[in-house]
Design a binder for this molecule. Structure first.
Ligand SMILES: [Zn+2]
Length: 146
C-alpha cells in the first residue's frame, strides 16, 4: 500500500463494517457497504461514505456518500480519495464518480486517486477531455444554484 493512503484505506474499510451489518439485518433487498470511500480534503478532515445498492437500479456509490458528507461540512476540494471493497480491495472510482468529483470542484482534477495497492493517479488522468467550457456555460444558467 502506498504509505500516504494507509490511513484513508483504514477509514474507508472501517466505514463499511457497520453498513455491512445493517445490510445483513435489514430484511430488505439492499446491499450496504460493499464499497467504502474516504476523502482527505485539503487542509481539513477525512470524510467517509458507503455504497448502497438496491433493486430497480437505485442506490449510489461510496464516493457519492463521502462527497455528500464532505459538502455537508463545507468542503469541496479533495486532496486524496480512496475506494475499497468491504474486504479491502482497492478499486478506482467509476466514470460517474469521476465526473461527480470533477463537478463538485474543478480543482479536484489535481486530486490523487488510489487506483491499486501500489499506484495513484490524478483525477485528470482518469477523466481526460473534460468539458469545462460547457461547465462555464452552465454556471451562467438560470438553473445553477437552485
Ligand atoms: Zn461510482
Amino acid at each position: 500500500m502506498l504509505p500516504i493512503f494507509v490511513e484513508l484505506v483504514r477509514k474507508a474499510k472501517e466505514a463499511t463494517a457497520a453498513a455491512v451489518r445493517a445490510s445483513n439485518t435489514s430484511g430488505g433487498w439492499g446491499e450496504f457497504g460493499a464499497i467504502g470511500a474516504a476523502i482527505q480534503v485539503t487542509d481539513g478532515p477525512v470524510f467517509t461514505g458507503v455504497s448502497i445498492s438496491l433493486l430497480c437500479g437505485i442506490g449510489f456509490c461510496a464516493e457519492h456518500s463521502a462527497t455528500a458528507e464532505m459538502v455537508k461540512h463545507g468542503y469541496t476540494r479533495i486532496e486524496r480519495i480512496v475506494a475499497i471493497t468491504h474486504d479491502g480491495t482497492v478499486i478506482p472510482p467509476c466514470g460517474r464518480c469521476r465526473e461527480l468529483l470533477y463537478q463538485v470542484n474543478i480543482d479536484n482534477l489535481d486530486a490523487k486517486v488510489l487506483v491499486s495497492d501500489t499506484q495513484e493517479a490524478e483525477l485528470r488522468e482518469l477523466l481526460p477531455h473534460v468539458w469545462q467550457e460547457k461547465a462555464d456555460f452552465l454556471r451562467r444558467s438560470p438553473y445553477h444554484g437552485r
